[in-house]
Ligand binder design. Structure first.
Ligand code: IMP
Ligand code: MG
Length: 179
């Protein structure tokens, strides 16, 4: 199906995202060098991370890649204060420079937890890269080092992001009415 004909309206198109990923990758490569550990937060970041690491390759980076699955409990729509690790990374992080990748930064609790966990384990540095930033919603003091787009105050889906586990497959970022 053509993205423009999809019932989920486009917020950021596949072409815009691809362009922005290339810029992010060049900036990250310039700051972090050729070798570091990527930790992608599941499930939401899997599409973004897959595209970003290939853009990083084109920018001359040879990253190691691991995944961490986090869950936050609360109303179900917004993350609560309690974040738990559902699947941990396998790699040793002591002394490593890490790029954390996530889909969207809202309250900041999820990424704050992930960043602090890796620093507590002895990581040398942890930088944060997100595709979307909702800066008006922050509950903790966390800034992304790299952000793709400032996200309008909509519930967005696609490109890995879901609503009730649907719409992750959309090649673009769209928005849904949660009713
Ligand atoms: P927070 O920064 O800890 O509040 O949580 C961010 C997480 O909430 C993201 O990783 C998403 O899983 C989820 N989230 C926040 N806003 C949206 C949205 O608009 N669409 C889909 N998921 C969202
Ligand atoms: Mg998420």
């Amino acid at each position: 199906m053509n993205d423009a004909e999809s019932p989920v309206p486009v917020v950021f198109s596949a072409a815009e995202i691809e362009r922005r990923n290339r810029q992010l990758a060049e900036q990250i490569a310039a700051d972090m060098g050729r070798q570091f550990l990527v930790v992608a937060i599941l499930k939401g970041s899997f599409v973004f991370a897959a595209d970003l690491i290939r853009a990083l390759h084109r920018a001359g980076v040879q990253p190691e890649i691991d995944f961490m699955s986090l869950a936050s409990y609360g109303t179900g729509r917004e993350s609560s204060g309690r974040v738990t690790v559902q699947r941990d990374i396998a790699d040793e992080v002591t002394g490593r420079d890490i790029l954390l990748i996530d889909d969207i930064l809202e309250s900041g609790r999820t990424l704050d937890f992930a960043k602090q966990t890796l620093l507590d384990r002895g990581a040398n540095s942890v930088r944060v890269c997100i595709l979307l930033d909702k800066p008006g919603k922050r509950a903790v003091n966390l800034k992304a080092d790299y952000a793709g787009f400032v996200c309008p105050d909509l519930f967005v889906v696609g490109y890995g992001l879901d609503f009730a586990n649907l719409h992750r497959e959309l090649p673009y970022i769209g928005h849904v009415d949660r009713g």
